[in-house]
Design a protein around this ligand. Structure first.
Ligand SMILES: *[C@@H]1O[C@H](CO)[C@@H](O)[C@H](O)[C@H]1NC(C)=O
Ligand SMILES: *[C@@H]1O[C@H](CO)[C@@H](O)[C@H](O)[C@H]1NC(C)=O
Ligand SMILES: *[C@@H]1O[C@H](CO)[C@@H](O)[C@H](O)[C@H]1NC(C)=O
Ligand SMILES: *[C@@H]1O[C@H](CO)[C@@H](O)[C@H](O)[C@H]1NC(C)=O
Length: 416
């Protein structure tokens, strides 16, 4: 009788504890955060380009800036300039670029501040989490970064992310954090976790949920260096976009990894020469972009450091979508021509072997690695996919149930 009284008294406490959801932090991918620019330039590439602005304005991804002519101004404002002595990049002279919204979810849920559907990013996941009882900015946070840069120029980000994880943990009754990462956010999270001690991870991290993580680079990066990418938009010209895209060291970081491509595999075929992963220096010379090779050298160490994260992982990825596997230049043409793209399996952007990189950790760490393949779901679609949303909400519910049992038994044994 006495004992059952205790249980009755404890019951409300245990319900309170059940509301304790793990806080979530979104780690976006390449192009997956808003950027803002402020101009004070002495010259511009075109008379129609503004040289000065009184305040910061949204520069990524503002479709109004991507129309003919204006796009030339945009490229000159958002491109990075590489210094091959300091081996770092900087903005164009007179351009200041900042990443707005640190810690909040707004600027990673929506790339377009006006909430145009084309600019929706983490918003469906955000809504699903709110449906579970989460609150934006309190138990769901965002960790945007300057995605143009690779980890070698983002060390301040990893420090800020560590502080944000600790803050989210404390703000939510000492509850460990779930990182949800998309695309390049996967290897960014891995780099981050590899920098922390196991004790820190055991205390502060519940798990890493990765969506289409680029674990071993992608042939898409080679394609972008060769001919650019139109971001899937019919109004953009890939050759124009290329002049901005190739200035980002993060693109060099996303090149195919030697851990995932064999030395005899031909990535780029021409009748004069075949380029394998060991011929990238010559490839960059051939396309007239030697800085690309310098950036590859700067970023490759971060690609080859492929240690398991040391936390529980849920690795979700799309498959069975045509994905560039090889560039083929017809006889009589060379790297200045236009290649035929030969396709293989993947999520449309990342090759299957790279998406599956997380499978390797299953035998290399004691924390569990769960894998969920999502056939016919492409690189960006995964963020809105129903199966993915159900997977994530189920995982989060299961963690909170596990915690409820734990706190129940903790309290029971304390009194009993
Ligand atoms: C703009 O740049 C010029 C130098 O080119 C400088 O003298 C001026 O103070 C700058 N203005 C602002 C608002 O930063
Ligand atoms: C660095 O850049 C300068 C000027 O663009 C160039 O002449 C030089 O060859 C480059 N050095 C390396 C190591 O790429
Ligand atoms: C979260 O914070 C951002 C900026 O601090 C703000 O714009 C947004 O409205 C906040 N969202 C909620 C739900 O409080
Ligand atoms: C390039 O590779 C293809 C197929 O792997 C081969 O048939 C061809 O002879 C190679 N060409 C050169 C120039 O090595």
């Amino acid at each position: 009788m006495f004992a059952s009284d205790k249980i009755l008294i404890l019951f409300p406490l245990f319900l309170l504890a059940s509301a304790k959801l793990n806080p979530v932090i979104f780690v976006p991918g390449d192009g997956g955060a808003q950027l803002e620019a402020k101009l004070n330039k002495t010259d511009a590439v075109h008379y129609i380009c503004e040289k000065t602005t009184s305040d910061y304005f949204n520069i990524w991804l503002n479709m109004e800036l991507l129309v003919p002519l204006v796009i030339d101004c945009w490229i000159d404002n958002i491109k990075l300039i590489y210094d091959n002595v300091t081996r770092t990049t900087r903005n164009s002279d007179g351009v200041d670029i900042r990443v707005p919204g640190w810690g909040g979810t707004e600027t990673v849920e929506w790339l377009d501040p006006s909430h145009a559907a084309t600019g929706s990013y983490f918003v469906d996941i955000g809504n699903a989490l709110v449906g579970l009882g989460h609150a934006r900015n309190i138990s769901i946070k965002g960790a945007p970064y300057d995605f143009r840069k690779a980890p070698n120029e983002n060390s301040a980000y990893f420090d800020k992310l560590k502080a944000l994880v600790e803050e989210a943990y404390k703000e939510n009754n000492d509850t460990p954090v779930i990182l949800i990462a998309h695309s390049m956010g996967g290897p960014m999270s891995l780099t981050f976790l590899n920098r922390q001690t196991q004790a820190w991870k055991d205390k502060f991290i519940q798990s890493l949920i990765s969506l289409n993580g680029v674990w071993g680079g992608s042939m898409k990066a080679v394609k972008v260096y060769a001919i650019g990418d139109d971001l899937g938009s019919y109004v953009l010209r890939e050759s124009v976009m290329r002049s901005e895209q190739i200035t980002s060291p993060s693109l060099a970081w996303l090149l195919p990894s030697k851990l995932f491509w064999k030395p005899d595999e031909v990535l780029v075929q021409t009748d004069k020469k075949n380029y394998t992963i060991n011929d990238l220096e010559e490839f960059f010379k051939g396309i007239g972009y030697p800085n690309g090779w310098e950036m590859r050298k700067d970023t490759e160490p971060y690609q080859l450091q492929f240690k398991p994260p040391g936390v529980e992982v849920h690795c979700l990825y799309g498959s069975n979508v045509q994905t560039v596997e090889k560039l083929y230049y017809k006889p009589g043409t060379f790297l200045d021509g236009y290649p035929t793209l030969l396709y293989g399996d993947g999520d449309g952007t990342v090759n299957r072997r790279s998406l599956e990189g997380c499978l390797q950790w299953r035998t290399l760490q004691k924390q569990k690695v769960f894998v969920q393949e999502l056939p016919k779901v492409d690189h960006l679609q995964i963020l809105h996919d129903k199966t993915m949303l159900k997977y994530i909400t189920d995982v989060i519910k299961r963690y909170s149930v596990a915690k409820r049992k734990e706190s129940f038994w903790d309290r029971f044994s304390m009194f009993g």
